[in-house]
Design a protein around this ligand. Structure first.
Ligand code: NAG
Ligand code: NAG
Ligand code: NAG
Ligand code: NAG
Ligand code: NAG
Ligand code: NAG
Ligand code: NAG
Length: 295
């Protein structure tokens, strides 16, 4: 009898942990949700998604940050310009299969807009830091109905495409936070420019508002002509892809255990590459653009 009671207690405890989201999970489906205080953690524990308040603000945002470093560093924000002013936020999948962020369980403050509807929609946080919406019924787990990597905030992560999908018209750009307290886009954006009609060489630029602040010079197939000092480096490899379908810049790590990111900075109007230094427990500058163009 005592044994049965014990087993029952353990079972109920597990059920409780699961229900309140305290267990480590990297995904949720239509029957579940993420409320303020609960999080998703990617499978290998690299990234975490949840609610946070930036700087001195008390506003609540849904974001993704590194799970494996002690300095909270947010790499993506969902409701960048639509903060929630209490702890009632709820991230859930609606009946037509879109990821929606609800305020007081009624008004939609942010949502994805996938036009395709999944049979069995599931939201998953990947170890790359990409938040994806996919169909669990779809045999190919790499077909995404929506992904956060298509809608960058101020940070370009390894494996993310900065550029333009010519088929869908989607432009992926990074834009600086307005300030430490507000992740809504500020003045500075970095992206790729290309004229598909004139077939000009693509160009990586930084915009201030709508005017060009800095450009790398066109890509000639090997490097950006304006930045001949661009050098091979041991940290990452990069590629510039342009064809009839897509034009984008991408970088991938040479060593997967190195943590690095490119971030557009409103204060300095620069695009900085930072790497995590585990000995000092701090981010270190690796390179800066426009000052020293490494990428
Ligand atoms: C928060 O406010 C305090 C006092 O105004 C200020 O010293 C501090 O730098 C602020 N922190 C951030 C992250 O903005
Ligand atoms: C919180 O936001 C809601 C919706 O935007 C608004 O109606 C409400 O007045 C706000 N509450 C406070 C305390 O600011
Ligand atoms: C689900 O969310 C999407 C995006 O906001 C919206 O277009 C759609 O109408 C919503 N579905 C329902 C049933 O409310
Ligand atoms: C949100 O509202 C729905 C009905 O509209 C209800 O079924 C659900 O339990 C509510 N969730 C919370 C967390 O209040
Ligand atoms: C939804 O789609 C529109 C147009 O396709 C796009 O501009 C917008 O950024 C998308 N929003 C999200 C949250 O995916
Ligand atoms: C990858 O980086 C880690 C941490 O900096 C280091 O310990 C390891 O030796 C590196 N591996 C290779 C193959 O360079
Ligand atoms: C922007 O640069 C300033 C000065 O180097 C630094 O203090 C700040 O943390 C940077 N902001 C971001 C978002 O990296």
């Amino acid at each position: 009898m005592a044994i049965i009671k014990l087993i029952l207690t353990i079972a109920i405890t597990f059920l409780f942990l699961f229900q309140t989201g305290l267990s480590v999970v990297d995904n949720f489906d239509q029957s579940q949700s993420i409320s303020d205080g609960t999080t998703l953690i990617s499978k290998e524990g690299s990234f975490e998604l949840g609610f946070f308040s930036p700087g001195n603000s008390t506003n609540r945002y849904v974001g993704i940050w590194y799970k494996n470093i002690p300095v909270k560093t947010v790499v993506w924000v969902a409701n960048r310009c639509s903060p929630i002013n209490d702890s009632s936020g709820l991230l859930t999948i609606n009946s037509t299969g879109n990821l929606v962020l609800l305020y007081q369980n009624k008004s939609v403050v942010w949502s994805t807009n996938s036009s395709e509807q999944a049979m069995k929609p599931i939201v998953q946080l990947l170890d790359s830091g990409n938040l994806v919406l996919r169909d669990e019924e779809d045999g190919n787990s790499e077909t995404y109905l929506w992904q956060s990597f298509d809608y960058p905030s101020d940070t370009m992560m390894p494996g993310m495409k900065l550029g333009w999908d010519l088929r869908t018209g989607l432009k992926r750009r990074v834009s600086a936070w307005r300030n430490w307290d507000d992740p809504c886009p500020g003045d500075f954006t970095a992206g790729v420019e290309y004229d598909p009609l004139r077939h000009t060489f693509p160009d990586v630029y930084i915009l201030q508002g709508t005017s060009k602040y800095f450009r790398t010079g066109p890509w000639n197939g090997i490097h950006f002509t304006g930045t001949p000092e661009q050098r091979p480096n041991p940290l990452y490899s990069y590629d510039f892809v342009y064809n009839d379908d897509e034009v984008y810049y991408i970088y991938n790590l040479e060593n997967e255990s190195v943590i690095t990111r490119l971030v557009m900075n409103q204060t300095t109007s620069q695009r900085d590459r930072l790497t995590w230094n585990d000995e000092d427990k701090a981010w270190k500058f690796y390179s800066t653009s426009p000052r020293d163009n490494c990428d």
